[in-house]
Design a protein around this ligand. Structure first.
Ligand code: IMP
Length: 191
C-alpha cells in the first residue's frame, strides 16, 4: 500500500511533483488566520463563501478555527484546463442570493491570475453586501493580472509554479493529498 501522508515526491499522470508545504504548516497558518478573522469580525456575523472545488479542505479546516457566529455558503466556477488558466470563467453553482447588507468572506484555495476572483467579486457586489473580503490559502503574486484590494487574508505566497494537493488538482486528481506539492520543472536538454 502507498502511504500518501508525507511523501517527498509523487507522480500524477505525466507529471512529477515534489513537496512544497506540509500539512502541519498549513494547519498552523490556518489557525492564525482564523484567530485574525475572529478578532476582525467580533460581534458580527459574516457569511463565508467557499469557492469549489479547490477550497473544500481549507474551508473546512478554517471554519473549525472560527468561534464567532457565522453562516456558510458555496459557489462553483471553472476556468482551468490542465495546468493553464483558460481565463474563461464559468459559474456552475450560483452564489447565495441573500448577501445584501452582509459581511462576505470569500474563501479560495489559490489566487493565480485573479480572473476567477475578479469575476466572483463583480457578482457579489451586485447584491450590495455591507463588506467583502477574500481569504485565500495560496497566492501567486507574480501571476496576478489585476490588483485585488479585498485580498486581506493570505496563507502563503508562492512562486509561479503549478501546485497540487490539499484541495488543488491536476486534471481532477490529487485533491485528497494532505500536503501541497509543486510540479517539478524539467531541465532543458543541453545541445
Ligand atoms: P485564477 O483565475 O487564474 O486566479 O485561477 C483560480 C483557480 O484556478 C483556482 O481557484 C484554482 O482552482 C485554479 N488554479 C490556479 N492555480 C492553480 C495551481 O497551481 N494548481 C491547481 N489549480 C490552480
Amino acid at each position: 500500500m502507498v502511504n500518501l501522508a508525507t511523501m517527498n515526491k509523487i507522480q500524477i499522470e505525466d507529471k512529477e511533483f515534489e513537496i512544497l508545504i506540509q500539512n502541519d504548516n498549513i494547519a498552523r497558518r490556518t489557525r492564525l488566520i482564523g484567530i485574525q478573522i475572529n478578532v476582525d469580525y467580533e460581534n458580527r456575523c459574516p457569511v463565508f463563501i467557499g469557492v469549489l472545488n479547490g477550497s473544500f479542505l481549507f474551508m473546512a479546516d478554517l471554519l473549525k478555527e472560527i468561534t464567532i457566529s457565522c453562516e456558510i455558503g458555496f459557489t462553483k466556477v471553472s476556468s482551468y484546463q490542465g495546468t493553464e488558466s483558460s481565463g474563461n470563467v464559468k459559474e456552475t453553482l450560483s452564489l447565495p442570493d441573500d448577501l445584501q447588507d452582509r459581511d462576505v468572506i470569500l474563501v479560495e484555495d489559490i489566487v493565480d491570475t485573479g480572473l476567477t476572483l475578479s469575476h466572483i467579486l463583480t457578482e457579489v457586489y451586485k447584491q450590495n453586501p455591507a463588506s467583502v473580503k477574500v481569504c485565500s490559502l495560496l497566492l501567486k503574486p507574480t501571476a496576478l493580472k489585476t490588483p485585488i484590494k479585498e485580498l486581506d487574508y493570505i496563507g502563503f505566497e508562492i512562486t509561479n509554479e503549478f501546485v497540487v494537493g490539499y484541495g488543488l488538482d491536476y486534471n481532477g486528481l490529487g485533491r485528497n493529498l494532505k500536503d501541497i506539492y509543486r510540479a517539478k520543472t524539467v531541465a532543458p536538454l543541453l545541445p
